[in-house]
Ligand binder design. Structure first.
Ligand SMILES: NC(=O)c1ccc[n+]([C@@H]2O[C@H](COP(=O)([O-])OP(=O)(O)OC[C@H]3O[C@@H](n4cnc5c(N)ncnc54)[C@H](OP(=O)(O)O)[C@@H]3O)[C@@H](O)[C@H]2O)c1
Length: 295
């Protein structure tokens, strides 16, 4: 099945003119593939990125394909709560009518132990705890907004491998992969918590999963290992162009709330509706409490 055939089957309204899509981490991998797809269907994309040069390079690549591409850039560093606050303020000032915010930025592992601006472990702090902070800021702003917005979290199948414990956010430093798994358990928990406690009719929450796909997520590896990883993922898994489909479909269709690619280990790339994981249902309140205590 090709992507066009999939869109036809899903009966999607692909006229995105006048719709504004905000993507965090839009300069690379899945975020970039998503920006390209919105550009193809004439949607406006706001690049929420931490590096303007990398964002500009990505924008140039899209402009070569779609010269009429409409875009903007807002500085956004998810490892820094001041930056997140400023980002939300700027977003609501410039684009109060944005259609969807895709919370895609994330980091798998740091080359060495690092901390966020507030001294949290880098992986948990960036991927999860600071998303709790971001949502708090956004909900405050949205209380006075007259527009409806879709908020889409980028989850991961690594949630299934996450080891939950009472103090997992404090214990999992950024040296191993367990911190990433726990951070994604946190992201899925945050989605579930918000969707089951949502009192604001102007915001709707969604969970997208890309499966395993080729991107720059393993760039912390030495370059020869990164090349091996690239080759392995290209042979056995799918591309970022397919990995972005869950978030894309959730943003333009009202049919689903959770999408992740079908197949064992999500190999095929084309999204399918799923339910929340049992593990998340069991731990979500605890893990949100842990995150809030660290804010
Ligand atoms: N690839 C997969 O197989 C896979 C599987 C499951 C889930 N995911 C999730 O998909 C999302 C996108 O990952 P990807 O695979 O596309 O990886 P990627 O190519 O490395 O893209 C990650 C993006 O996040 C940005 N980012 C990282 N830290 C940031 C920060 N502190 N502030 C702002 N932006 C930051 C990166 O910016 P820079 O370019 O400036 O570093 C980059 O644009 C992540 O949430 C990841 O966990 C990926």
């Amino acid at each position: 099945m090709n992507v066009d055939h999939y869109f036809k089957k899903e009966n999607l309204d692909l006229n995105l003119k006048d719709k504004i899509f905000v993507i965090t981490g839009a300069n690379s991998g899945i975020g970039f593939a998503l920006a390209k797809l919105y550009a193809k269907y004439h949607g406006k994309v706001i690049f929420a990125c931490r590096n303007k040069d990398r964002a500009n390079a990505a924008i140039e690549r899209i402009l070569k394909l779609y010269p009429d591409f409409d875009y903007d850039f807002i500085y956004f560093d998810q490892s820094n709560q001041n930056s997140i606050k400023l980002f939300i303020e700027t977003l609501y000032e410039k684009y109060p009518n944005y259609h969807s915010l895709i919370l895609n930025a994330g980091i798998l592992k740091a080359a060495k132990e690092e901390k966020t601006n507030e001294g949290l472990f880098l992986i948990n702090g960036t991927n999860f705890i600071n998303l709790v902070f971001l949502i708090n800021e956004l909900v405050k702003k949205n209380g006075v907004s007259e527009y409806r917005h879709k908020i889409i979290f980028q989850g991961s199948l690594m949630t299934s491998f996450a080891h939950y414990s009472k103090s997992c956010l404090l214990k999992s430093n950024s040296k191993g992969f367990s911190s990433y798994n726990v951070s994604k358990l946190g992201v899925e928990s945050l989605f579930y918590f918000l969707s089951t406690n949502n009192k604001n009719i102007n915001i709707n929450y969604y969970l997208a999963e890309p499966g395993v796909c080729k991107s720059n997520i393993y760039h912390f590896l030495p370059s020869f290992l990164s090349k091996i990883a690239d080759g392995f993922v290209s042979i056995f898994f799918h591309s970022a162009d397919k990995g972005c489909l869950s978030a894309f479909v959730l943003s333009i269709s009202d049919k689903y709330h959770i999408l992740r690619p079908r197949g064992l280990l999500s190999i095929r790339g084309f999204p399918k509706q799923y339910k929340i994981r049992k593990k998340v249902k069991k731990y979500y309140i605890d893990i949100i409490k842990q995150a809030k205590s660290l804010l």
